[in-house]
Design a protein around this ligand. Sequence first.
Ligand SMILES: *Cc1c(COP(=O)(O)O)cnc(C)c1O
Length: 398
Amino acid sequence: MPKLNENYQNLKQSYLFSEIAHRVAAYTASHPDKRIIRLGIGDVTLPLTSHAIQGLHAGVDAMAEAATFKGYGPEQGYGFLRDAISAYYANNKVAVDPDDIFISDGAKSDTGNISELFSADNTILIPDPVYPVYVDSNLMSGKKITYLSGNADNQFLPMPDSAVHADIIYLCSPNNPTGSVYSKAQLTEWVRYALENQAVILFDSAYEAFITDPELPRSIYTIEGSKKCAIEFCSLSKTAGFTGTRCGYTVVPKELTFPAFDGREMSLHAMWNRRQSTKFNGTSYIIQKGAQAVFSPEGMAQCQENIRYYQHNARLIADALRKKNIRFFGGIHSPYIWFECPNNMESWEFFDYLLNHAQIVGTPGAGFGENGTRYFRLTAFGTHENTEEAMERFEKLF
Ligand SMILES: *Cc1c(COP(=O)(O)O)cnc(C)c1O
């Protein structure tokens, strides 16, 4: 009989999206005449840009000829894509060595798999609320988590406590679900804290392309000293609508070395390379050709146009909340708007209220951690028309 990984018993039942689907289906069945508007999705809706499609086609065509056919590729990703990503960083005034970039099938896999590089006896800080992958991937391997409280008082941007030691710190900025973005001064404080504690920051910048204020850091590597303490995860999912196409990248600087118990230096870059080479056989060549096209100037301009489309929706939602005098977070440098449920409602209670009275589907904050219990997330990934109509309905409520 196999001895099972019983750490899986420590995972909370992941019922968020199935429970939402269940409640929406029940409502639709009893109110077939009502039109529901979904502002709960954490997924893009606009199709891929023409440039990305051209890149993908070029990849497909290469596969049809013996001279250009590709079999197994380099596990770390093709040089042409790593160079393109390095140039994209350089455009944002950040120096990242193409050699430090690892191409993957997305940031979810990488943020989940990275915990394999760390032993169980670490102090791991994870913000609450946040993207649930960090918590679950650590629980699966039996690790203990210390939560960093995000709340209205700290604008959902928890800061380090110098009295508390940490070894590993997860940060997500712009944040999912709160849409909050760390300033340069705040990230500088985190980097200083990490260096003092000899800790590693695992920085998820999946939404960096939504940042429009040039003063806000789009990469942890804008902060001095960060290459000695930070790994960065990014993805084409939200930048280029690749949620179904699948491509991400992770930067593991060679400067990230730590002494092992026996005193020998171990390199996180070398460990990640070994881990990926052993368990991952690379992202499809075709997808990498599509990704390369995304990082060309024309490709990026098209992506920015799509992002502006979503940002317009975010503004519509933010305007409606302002009119209702509801304090909200995010919505400017992020496709997410996060707000306290009105009238002291709990997040599932407000979910039902919004569904029943305005036929709007959002996401209860409780799905992202304890601190989300009285909060709610709306997303900008709908159409202009639907978002407008939803906000007209919203403004007529309570
Ligand atoms: C959407 C998202 C990602 C991207 O995941 P992929 O696997 O690349 O699609 C990463 N981090 C956060 C916080 C996200 O919301």
